[in-house]
Design a binder for this molecule. Sequence first.
Ligand SMILES: [Zn+2]
Length: 411
Amino acid sequence: MKYILIIGDGMADNPVPELGGKTPLEAAEKPAIDAMAAKSRLGSVLTVPRALPPGSDTAILSIFGCDPNLYFTGRSPLEAAGSGVQVEPGWASYRCNMVCLEDGDGPFEEKKILSHNAGSIDGATSIAIITALCADPEFHAAMEEIGMRIAPTPSFRHIAMQKDGDIQGIVCKPPHDILGQVIGPYKFHGNDNAGQLWKLMALANRKLEHLPLNEQRRAEGKKPANGIWFWAEGTAVQLPNFVEHYGRSGSVISAVPLVHGIGVLTGLKKIEVEGATGEVDTNYAGKLQAAKDALLSGDEFVCLHLEAPDESTHNGSLSDKLLAIHQLDSLIVAPLTAWMEQQGMDYRLLLLSDHKTLMSTRTHDGDPVPYLIYDSTKPQPTGLSYTEANGEKGPYVEKGTDLMGLLFETE
Ligand SMILES: [Zn+2]
């Protein structure tokens, strides 16, 4: 028996007026998923405990059987693990985004934030810019003063770590939540360290504003990476071992470090696929092939995570969200299940949206999401398609941490 977990990030939603009151899951063309749902256990699940903020961090921890009430210390230590960076006990870690702020030499706090990823900056340039910044003597000294180190990664998502960094009560607003706004009102607060981080970000802006690499980006019509932004603070975390707990070994295929990090910290292998972008242009064929290779090489469990529905919703593109759901169906679910059947592999497959992402707010929502569990050896006829409303008709799982036991039939 093979066990497959497919996560369509942020697929689930509420009814959308432009779709005549349907949800994107109800409106999207997804015949393979719906055919499977019609023969599955179909229900709904609360992936994020009510008291916690809904997001892929809390939701996917739950899905992998790690109670976020116990193991969620922040997003960045999970991401760091996914990028191969270990956060030492006693250190705080942060995501360090390359961002784009309004041009000019005016006060930092009066600037607007224009992009949370410096205009989707490419990995090589992002590394070059953060490396240049850290090599600046004044910036270097300022980092040293507060025990900060930055580990570059080939994307807009660098990782910052701070020795004895105090994150108790700190409020660091995520940059994607305040796009287009003046940053002053969101000045970090909550403790003394908040002011130190903010000061370092202001210095970074001053250093990066006229960096030759940024002048070059402007000349090319690109957004400059003229700022850094700390957020997603957390402390070193140890997760329960998946292989020991469920007795199954396996792999995690994703475009995003967070999901890889949760996989790695639970003892699973991470598989990186060239051209996996997390958007509708992602390398679907590569991800499909990686899943097949993992199954053929002896993995009993494979997780395929697709970020595109979530990204499309954050970008406010309904057409991309519908396309992303359709692509998940036609480029992943349909060919993967057809291939497993052709190989004569028996399988159980859990498919779900980790959390809702709403077109109406362009952000996450903590309501329950629909899940399906299909068993190729014992189909359960329900005749229902995979939608939020149909999920509500089926068995309700109150704790997302119970899902994996249901997939493996250990509970
Ligand atoms: Zn999201």
